[in-house]
Write a protein that binds this ligand. Sequence first.
Ligand code: GUN
Length: 290
Amino acid sequence: MAAHIIDGKTVSLKIREEAKQRAAVLREKGIIPCLAVVVAGEDPASLSYVKAKGKALAEADMEGRDIRLPAAVTETELLDLIANLNNDEKVHGILVQLPLPRHIDENKVIAAIDPAKDVDGFHPVSAGNMILGRPGFLPCTPHGVLALLKELPVSLSGAHAVVVGRSNIVGTPLANLLTRRNVNATVTVCHTGTKDLARHTLQADILIAAAGKPALIKPEMVKPGAVVIDVGVNRVEDSSAKNGYRLCGDVDPAVAEKAAYLTPVPGGVGPMTIAMLLRNVIQAAEAVKI
Ligand code: GUN
């Protein structure tokens, strides 16, 4: 039987609606939740993400402050900008779109963001709080994956989750969140050093592909009835497509014949990331003392 296709768009709209209601409560107190989005350079994928974020903020009656910098911006200029945004009481969240131009040290820039405004959850303080299970901002994509999994009529407690990919943005934090007591999965993390990837993925009750490799996960690598979450957003050339490329996940669409549940690309995890970002901005704005 073909997999049920998980509709991330619908789930994300519920979360965005909730963010909009919380934004309205804040507005009554004179607080307009505001996210500053900083982009350096012209990376087409980054510009398209940023556009989607701006639209989602506007639809939730939140403010987006769009800051575009040339690719040649210096690290010092970027750090000065972040210092200004940290001190700006009207700005509740700061998001620096990654990747940054190569001459800029990403770690230094992320570390410069006030952890109280780190709505991406990338600051070492946020990462530390997450690992310790303390309150803080959770990174949006892993948090979105978790929220999608919780929507399914599938028990996560005691399930074997296999995460393919160990990035700081997705694989590593997701593995951590899945092992938390309130989720209670048993987690295997696979990466480029893993020998015989299929041997591991075949064990997965929940398989999460976050490797950034188009169609890496084939049907023969999936246990029948598994839940498969595709975090991949790969641009592959396609001369028949309008822009000359199409989006392709890390999971071969033929996996739908094996899995019980599968997220599509686009329309699965992507919309959830943006929804969780709005939620984090609201969380930051609600934490402001008035
Ligand atoms: N680049 C790819 N994903 C992300 C994300 O979630 N946040 C930021 N800031 N940059 C990214």
